[in-house]
Design a protein around this ligand. Structure first.
Ligand code: TXA
Ligand code: MG
Length: 312
């Protein structure tokens, strides 16, 4: 059900949940100050309670009440990339943020989204927690239709059309005097060099008991369709290939296109919609062309395809 910003504000104040467009993906919002609505997010999504939520704010000044100090480089990153598709994990004053939001961690993740509807809403609603608006483990939602397909036609959605970027925010944490990427996202690592003087390294969850990014431990982005990653699609016969319009595939194969490799932004915008389309078409097995350079945003796209395939 499509709703107005005024209706969204009143639902959120009244302990409800609404879906909100951002420039990355749609978010499933609850007010930071409504514990019931936060619990409902975990229930609606089927999300493990050990997976914390990102706190969304309308401007960087709103972070101040939640933190004592910020790490070096924080202001530079904030000024360069907010509002936008960057999330920063910060040490916080624990009593200021409900345990359920940060899964008991001494940190919380913050993002200032750029989308005009998200901005207008946040100015009126105050801080919102927003995971991606999809059932846990499945491809994220980048249109109102995706949200309605997961949560039903009656679920309240602010209609911002299709998300411009189509991949989640890049998440960074500061450790051992450096920023590290703990979830690749819409901003490639190279984007941070001009601000930090170095490209932050991608850091995985080396210790699953104490994960840097708990969400990365779980099944993600996976359609029902079994995905098989292929470095050489030229050997395939009579298969369906998830590939690119500027590539040639065997004549006996059917191409489902992610877009053109020469336009990675287009591929990013399409990826979750196409993964959902595979399920709409009830495809059983699809080969995925991953013979492309893992640079820039294509590195994030490769990571998403890997996770989507691992979930099968
Ligand atoms: O683009 C985005 O980031 C979207 C839009 C809606 O803003 N949100 C999003 O939320 O992708 P979600 O819940 O799907 O992914 C958030 C990720 C999870 O992997 C979670 O574990 C991680 O952020 N996270 C949240 N708080 C954290 C914390 N304190 N420390 C480390 N990772 C954290
Ligand atoms: Mg998600």
């Amino acid at each position: 059900m499509r709703i107005t910003i005024e209706k969204a504000v009143s639902l959120l104040k009244d302990h409800g949940n609404v879906a909100v467009p951002t420039e990355t993906v749609y978010g499933l919002a609850a007010s930071l100050f409504c514990p019931e609505a936060i619990q409902q997010i975990f229930k609606l999504k089927g999300r493990p309670s050990s997976n914390p939520l990102i706190i969304h704010l309308s401007c960087k000044e709103e972070i101040e009440p939640f933190v004592e100090t910020v790490p070096p480089g924080f202001s530079e990153l904030a000024d360069a990339f907010w509002p936008g598709p960057m999330t920063l994990v910060l040490d916080i004053l624990a009593e200021k943020i409900p345990n359920s939001v940060r899964a008991g961690l001494p940190t919380a993740a913050f993002r200032i989204p750029q989308h005009p509807i998200a901005q207008q809403l946040l100015k009126k609603s105050g801080p919102l927690v927003m995971p991606s608006a999809n059932l846990s483990g499945t491809p994220s939602a980048t249109t109102p239709e995706h949200v309605e397909s997961d949560f039903g036609q009656e679920f309240p959605v602010l209609d911002g059309g299709a998300c411009r970027m189509g991949l989640e925010s890049t998440i960074l944490i500061y450790q051992n005097e450096r920023w590290h990427i703990i979830r690749q996202g819409a901003l490639p690592g190279s984007a941070f060099k001009k601000v930090l003087g170095y490209i932050p390294k991608v850091k995985g969850n080396e210790n699953p008991e104490k994960p840097l990014c708990p969400g990365q431990l779980f099944r993600h982005y996976a359609p029902q369709t079994k995905l098989i990653l292929s470095k050489d699609c030229s050997v395939l016969e009579d298969q369906t290939i998830l590939g690119f319009t500027d590539r040639h595939y065997p004549d006996s194969c059917r191409l489902i296109s992610l877009g053109s490799l020469s336009n990675p932004d287009e591929v990013a915008e399409n990826i979750y919609g196409i993964l959902r389309f595979l399920d709409d078409e009830k495809q059983e097995v699809v080969y995925v062309d991953v013979d492309f350079p893992k640079r820039g945003i294509l590195a994030t796209i490769f990571e998403r395809l890997n996770k989507a395939a691992a979930g099968c």
